[in-house]
Design a binder for this molecule. Structure first.
Ligand code: 4FV
Length: 248
């Protein structure tokens, strides 16, 4: 999968291009990441990419021309399975379902805005979709673009060490993740749940599903409202609630 990012700060992407899962995916050429700086698409000596807002008010607005040229250059040679996305608080909230949908494209061109935002005419003429990483305001779209790239890249075949880990991720089934433990067996008097050392993988899978259901019920009941629990899951959740009562 290829990501082209239109950004005034290409250096922000150099870091992630070499670290962690995304870095590995780029080395293995499972992911391609290229940045395009709108300043390189200006023709005035000051390489101007922003200007004062019509109608007055604070801050600056990104100019349409350099962005249009940069997006066109990024889309060059793209087949039709390319989407141009603007990262903005006005966008659709990114969640695991959205990540799954975005993984369906072979190429994504991501526009990372700065200042107060971009000229609306650019959105109307060049942007296919707007996506947000949350209801808060950042100083730039670079971090949201990195979040989207990381969330999408790690679901691509072969990117994570072993396939199943992406499948078992939080939210894939719409639930929070189960607790994780590793050595030492006992830490400050706290032992790990015995079932995890039983070697009985069926029992371990049931324990993990019960914990995922229980944790979701405790921390994000809104997520449970979105999914239809099957009978087995309902029994596990009821057991979790009962055990909680006896634990207290
Ligand atoms: C943002 C978000 C975000 C708004 C003005 C960049 C900033 C500045 N993008 N999810 N939340 N963008 O805050 O995606 O240009």
């Amino acid at each position: 999968m290829r990501f082209d990012v239109v950004t005034l700060f290409p250096e922000v992407f150099e870091g992630s291009a070499v670290t962690g899962v995304v870095g590995r995916a780029i080395v293995d050429d499972r992911v391609q990441l290229k940045t395009w700086n709108p300043r390189d698409f200006t023709d005035d000596t000051h390489r101007t990419v922003d200007d004062r807002p019509f109608g007055g008010g604070p801050g600056m607005v990104m100019k349409v021309e350099p962005l249009q040229k940069a997006i066109q250059a990024a889309k060059e040679l793209a087949d039709d399975s390319v989407k141009v996305i603007y990262m903005s608080p006005q966008g659709r909230r990114l969640d695991q379902q959205g990540v799954k949908y975005l993984t369906g494209f072979s190429r994504l061109v991501l526009l990372a805005g700065r200042y107060e935002g971009v000229d609306e005419r650019l959105l109307e003429s060049q942007i296919d979709e707007e996506w947000s990483i949350g209801d808060f305001v950042l100083s730039g779209g670079e971090l949201p673009a990195l979040v989207l790239i990381d969330a999408v890249a790690r679901t691509l075949p072969g990117v994570l060490g072993h396939e199943c880990s992406a499948v078992e991720d939080s939210f894939v089934e719409g639930l929070l993740d189960h607790p994780h433990y590793t050595r030492p067996d006992v830490f400050e008097g706290q032992a790990i749940p015995a079932v995890l050392k039983s070697g009985d993988h069926k029992k371990i899978a049931i324990w993990r599903e019960k914990q995922a259901l229980g944790k979701t019920w405790q921390k994000r009941p809104d997520l449970l409202d979105k999914i239809e629990l099957n009978e087995h899951q309902q029994v596990l959740l009821d057991e979790f609630k009962e055990e909680l009562k006896t634990k207290d």
